[in-house]
Design a binder for this molecule. Sequence first.
Ligand SMILES: Nc1nc2c(c(=O)[nH]1)N[C@H]1C(S)=C(S)[C@@H](COP(=O)(O)OP(=O)(O)OC[C@H]3O[C@@H](n4cnc5c(=O)[nH]c(N)nc54)[C@H](O)[C@@H]3O)O[C@H]1N2
Ligand SMILES: Nc1nc2c(c(=O)[nH]1)N[C@H]1C(S)=C(S)[C@@H](COP(=O)(O)OP(=O)(O)OC[C@H]3O[C@@H](n4cnc5c(=O)[nH]c(N)nc54)[C@H](O)[C@@H]3O)O[C@H]1N2
Ligand SMILES: [Mo]
Length: 672
Amino acid sequence: MTRKIVPSVCPYDCPESCGLLLEVEKDRVLSVTGDPQHPHSRGRLCAKMLHYERTVHSPERLRTPLLRTGAKGEGRFRPIGWDEAALRIAVRWKGIMAEHGAESILPYSYAGTMGLIQRNAGHAFFHRLGASRLLRTICTPAKEAAWSAIMGNTAAPHPDAVLKSDLIILWGINAAATSIQYLHRVKEARRRGARVWLIDTYAHATAAAADEVFLVRPGSDGALALGMMHVLVRDALVDREFIEEHVQGFDELRDQVLDDYPPARASELTGLPIETIERMARAYGSVKGSMIRVGGGITRQGNGAMTVRSIAALPALTGAWLHEGGGCFFGTSTGAAFAMAELTREDFMQKPTRIINMNQLGDALGKDDDCSVRSLYVYHSNPAAVAPDQNAVIEGLLREDLFCVVHERFMTDTARYADIVLPATSSPEHSDLYRAYGSYCIQRGRAAIAPVGQSRSNRQVFSLLAGAMGFEDAFFRQSDDELIDHLLSIPSPLREGIDTAALGEGKAVELRVAPPGVPFATPSGKIEILNPVHREPLLRYIPPHGGALPFSLMTAPSPWSLNASFYERPELRELQGGMSLLMNPEDAAGKGCCEGQRVQVFNELGEVDFMLRISEKIPRGMLVSEGLWWMTQSLSGRGINALTSQRLTDEGQGSTFCDCRVDVRVMKQVEQ
Ligand SMILES: Nc1nc2c(c(=O)[nH]1)N[C@H]1C(S)=C(S)[C@@H](COP(=O)(O)OP(=O)(O)OC[C@H]3O[C@@H](n4cnc5c(=O)[nH]c(N)nc54)[C@H](O)[C@@H]3O)O[C@H]1N2
Ligand SMILES: Nc1nc2c(c(=O)[nH]1)N[C@H]1C(S)=C(S)[C@@H](COP(=O)(O)OP(=O)(O)OC[C@H]3O[C@@H](n4cnc5c(=O)[nH]c(N)nc54)[C@H](O)[C@@H]3O)O[C@H]1N2
Ligand SMILES: [Mo]
């Protein structure tokens, strides 16, 4: 058999969705390179995907269905066949449904794969079953809520717009880890003369690409934005004409920022000197081509939605939206490109079933009453590692009466607690349809190799389970490619004029989305700084949840992993250098601890051990841990989420991983 090159897409939960070229021979992916033809990624790839074949053919891949033989969480299993697995699941579910009702079954999934078909494969099945529904708000719902409050349905600028900017503000984003293709454009703009600022809580890898770095207290950025607006208004640096025609609520905002947000107050809240805030505002007010790129971490504070809504108001004051390189980039939203209802089939639900917030899985599993969750079905997610309040989640997973099924590629923290583990395909082994949230590209990916071992795609498993449960709907019998063909046969204005032949050949094509501009896609046609129908009509500073303990813990992304994915790769684990805690030198001296020492971070929710690394890049009062290590790879059997809480954001019911107060103690003895 000859070698061939197959176009594909990075399936991971990252804004970039880079184009891949897979070199394939005899059902093996030999190598992976970036696709130079891809309009957004243009051949560039991150270190993780450059050797994606090591994940696809990892010796750690699960190859057969498994049945638990040991205690829950012990990790002892024996192989069984698919038919036996499906039968066991169907028998248990039928029993649970007869005794407690279908809503005692909870699906739990997130973004192991971003392909539309596989990612949403379970919706129709669980709607048909009548199971509880999961509110999938672990990522950035606060950001989406904030955007829609002020900008309505206005589209994001094209990512290339930043090439035309004069001032670029990377606000709460470690783009070197989480948005490499955007950062490439930022660097290009900087070479052409643009100034670049980073506003963050610590000086991470992206600081190297910035002219200036401003470090603020976590959760205080809303105050910075309002303080900057005070100076813009006070010093007449606003664009009166733009505001007059295209902004709603300026007069109300003007009075409020002048009265309540002088730079002195913003300084107190953010920790930045007054002169710095004055200088930032004047610099921002003196250019039209200013582009603000907002990250996800900043929205995972208790006040995340109001914070980024305040940030999004800045370009409305300077009229930056009228400049090609001006405005604000939260992420592209192209949900309307495909008829998703054909996939999720809400019409299969006989009545609306209860909804459980995925950030509160610990609480949901902890309930011991009529509404108790009796069965959990996890697919392409790793809640034991990624969900907040890990101790509560683990306690729930240990319940003897919880029937837990996990469909996974690897023996993750979550899979270890399952009663039945099912082996999942990776992206080169199944077909899918992709869209991005950092660009306007869409792409069709076709299965390039046979499944590894006996693994099956998400949709294939739901077809099998539909059969075992006796569902006769033809929907469940369609192949993945038939379903993709069906979706592509339904026209959408967003896909008008695209090269359908190229799409069919597996090439990336760009949706033609009109750039944001006037009138804005809001009810008033204006940017709604004042949104009269909103619970909080006007911008104001609200504090994050916070807490009394002395340190803020930042649970930050690592360039060498993606959430809890990629920890199967030893070389990437090595690059990350173990589960470590970054601390400021003076704080370390104050605690009497030194580099390389084992320390314990604790709060009311748990205790987690780390290896200490002392770094000038971390301001006083902050602690940082990059990456989401698995419990099985940690020092004390617990990951960072044993310290994060189930509290939600001000809007959007989002997670608050970055709003976390802790203290540190030095471990007396280093245990081996
Ligand atoms: N390599 C890699 N790539 C990834 C991921 C990963 O884990 N690793 N995660 C993927 C996912 S799921 C997502 S959602 C995206 C986005 O990934 P996110 O995890 O949302 O990461 P960022 O957008 O970079 O935001 C993190 C930054 O927010 C900062 N931050 C937190 N709170 C505050 C605050 O109050 N103020 C300010 N100014 N900054 C704050 C942190 O210090 C950190 O530098 O990236 C995706 N890509
Ligand atoms: N402390 C802290 N916690 C966080 C974050 C943080 O910044 N700090 N970030 C949060 C964010 S932004 C997000 S989006 C969530 C992400 O949470 P998850 O979406 O759960 O992310 P992953 O850890 O990548 O786990 C995905 C799993 O899916 C599996 N998988 C991949 N492809 C397939 C497939 O086709 N089928 C099946 N069945 N399985 C597959 C992978 O092997 C992997 O174990 O984590 C959140 N958790
Ligand atoms: Mo995310």
